[in-house]
Design a protein around this ligand. Sequence first.
Ligand code: KG4
Ligand code: ZN
Length: 344
Amino acid sequence: MLILGLETSCDETAVGIVSAERQILANCIAMQLKEHEPYGGVVPEIAARAHLDHLDDLVRRALAEAKITLDDIDGIAVTTGPGLIGGVMVGAMYGKAIAAVRQIPFMAINHLEAHALTVRLLEDIAFPYLLLLVSGGHSQLLLVLGVGAYRRLGTTIDDAVGECFDKSAKLLGLGYPGGPKLEHAAQKGRADAFDLPRPMLGRPGCDFSFSGLKTAVRQLVMAQSLSPDFVANAAASLQAAIADILVDRTQNALQFLQMDNQNVTTLVVAGGVAANKSIRSHLTALAIKYNLPFTAPPVELCTDNGVMVAWAGVERLRLGLTDGLDVASRPRWPLEALSTPMQK
Ligand code: KG4
Ligand code: ZN
């Protein structure tokens, strides 16, 4: 069974092809960095038009990479939310048209579910697992009970962690996308150079807050000139503060699950920020403390891609979870709102 996955919910146009036997046949991504660079961030209208420009070529490239034709595709999986609605609609219409003409199943994929299930493409990770989902738009702790079955344990009360990375990187003159650039700059800095705040640390619950940290970086930047040493030290100090917050909140979630007699098989991190090596190593140490295996998708599958959408399509199709072509695109779509079939 081969599934074509389309991702257009933010600024990456991405197409992936995967098999139910966990083979990745194609992983094609067109980044829109040049289109948005003059504006210092993603412009939704420009993103939607760029998706439209790139999709045809990218699907052709993916089919060529997989050495197959559309005749070999058994289903289409498309991100139909949450995300920038113009772009989401472009992908949804494109995917629905293929499904209609080819008379093959259509799966409307929640972008967060695609991130949440990616690890199962690479490894045998059984449900339930604890997921730290950290991306440009989301910071959540979720108990993943099965395909379509999620319990949210905590979320951010203000900014997402990726946003904190991106905005701080911009303040430090590192450019966009900020996460990878900040991680790179941090390698030459000292994590204890600046004493940045760690909002929510030590408080009960599993919610996050990052806006105070961003403000602290702004104040720090205003007081200094942007020498390479300063930037490296600020980047390393910020990365350490973020890692401490993520570990503290995840530890609370693990404790809560223990008290609730809810066993989990694994600690998983996913989403763009999961590409960060320092954050991965802090979470690895936490998992060891709780005697749990820790896993994360390979770096190239942490940030947005079509493979994760195609894989979520595989997971859904084998449970018979297909969607009608009248399914709506959704700018907001919390994971708990998904239908909840039983896990396999
Ligand atoms: O999952 P993703 O590609 O898109 C969303 O669904 O939001 O996540 C993008 C976010 C951006 O904020 C980006 O700066 C961050 O992930 N990111 C990183 C790293 N790579 C990407 N943050 C920290 N370290 C990284 N290496
Ligand atoms: Zn994402």
